[in-house]
Design a protein around this ligand. Structure first.
Ligand code: DP6
Length: 357
């Protein structure tokens, strides 16, 4: 008879930070040097879908990411997530005799992203959020998203914010253990459902320097970065939360652009300097400046992660002319990816991780 297979499939969304996480104070536990805040995106093709299964016939813990097999035990980031959840399941099995002893079995995880992996579109965020959630559900753990965020954070920092929909902060915490370095929802999507984003893929190529190594080079060499984490981000986090609570788009937008600019300035202040923006990215910044100048107020905000792709935030009421302006300019730009030529508006998400089966 075939061995029983336990299985669970979930999906998790992409989140895009408006106050950036950049820098670790503890590399082993993935504890950040500053708190950060993001908006969760909602679009079927911007989610990672992940299935986790276990069976007596499996020989080792394996992940297939977009079809490529990876040994989970060879990756510290992956194995830390599996092992923490497995040990919790093991304790539950000890206390409850009727539970199947699936903590003793190897897991197989299959994960599919359909957006550019490692090109600055937060693929690791959706990826590790889905990975953590799939294993937690496979093990029937009834953890809150905040509890799960502590695990997902150790896979990839930004992943902890993808366990919630809406507006989400990752509070840096103070404890050496990292127990208080978790994500919490600032406001659900219904609080401000008019928020929209357009994603402009300036290049789908893999980024030159990963976030993980880039941020530690910044921590080691940038004096501007020290000023940012001590004297700027704490106040900016408060101001951003207030702007979201007040549904104050102008303040939200100005803080978003300023924070993106300062993050890239810190990259430039790193030795050797890190350049994530390219000519297309800078052209998009100019387009947004022009849109705002023509509107006489701030109606659109750009932000860039560790790559050249732009994410533009705006409100639904301004959606048609902002998308028209982005289209008009991108039609004439040389070398832009198709999706930069045809940005579409994406709603923000209310459901973070969903169980598919
Ligand atoms: C620029 O979460 O990818 O997107 O924790 O090393 O996996 P690791 O880094 P990662 O860094 C994301 C950096 C960012 C900003 C952000 O999302 O806050």
């Amino acid at each position: 008879m075939a061995e029983k297979v336990y299985q669970c499939t979930v999906s998790a969304p992409v989140n895009i930070a408006v106050i950036k996480y950049w820098g670790k104070r503890d590399v082993g536990l993935n504890l950040p040097t500053n708190s950060s805040l993001s908006v969760t995106l909602s679009q079927d093709d911007l989610r990672t879908v992940t299935s986790a299964s276990c069976s007596k016939s499996f020989e080792k813990d394996t992940l297939w990411l977009n079809g490529h097999a990876e040994d989970i035990s060879a990756s510290k980031r992956l194995s830390v997530c599996v092992e923490e959840l497995r040990s919790v399941r093991r304790e539950l099995e000890k206390e409850n005799d009727s539970m199947d002893k699936i903590s003793q079995l190897k897991v197989h995880v299959v994960s599919i992203n359909n957006f550019p992996t490692a090109a600055g579109l937060a693929s690791s965020a959706a990826g590790y959020a889905a990975f953590t959630e799939a294993i937690a559900r496979l093990y029937d753990l009834t953890w809150t998203p905040t509890e799960l965020s502590r695990i997902a954070r150790q896979g990839s920092g930004s992943a902890c914010r993808s366990l919630f929909g809406g507006y989400v902060s990752w509070e840096m915490g103070e404890l050496h253990s990292g127990a208080d370095s978790v994500a919490v929802q600032v406001e659900p999507v219904e609080h401000w459902p008019e928020m929209r984003v357009a994603i402009m893929v300036a290049s789908a190529a893999k980024k030159g320097i990963s976030s993980t190594s880039g941020m530690q080079a910044t921590v080691a060499s940038s004096t501007l970065f020290q000023e940012r984490i001590k004297n700027i981000v704490p106040g900016r986090m408060q101001a951003m939360k207030q702007a979201i609570r007040n549904r104050d788009f102008e303040t939200f937008a100005k803080l978003t652009m300023t924070d993106s600019n300062q993050f890239h300035a810190c990259c430039l202040d790193t030795l050797p300097p890190i350049f994530y923006l390219n000519d297309t990215s800078r052209a998009i910044i100019r387009v947004i400046e022009n849109i705002n100048a023509a509107a006489g107020k701030t109606v659109a905000a750009y932000t860039f992660d560790a790559g050249p792709n732009a994410v533009v935030y705006f409100l639904e009421e301004n959606s048609s002319y902002i998308l028209d302006a982005l289209h008009a300019v991108s039609k004439h730009a040389e070398g832009w990816e198709e999706s930069a030529r045809n940005p579409t508006s994406v709603k923000i998400d209310d459901v973070a991780s969903e169980t598919v089966s």
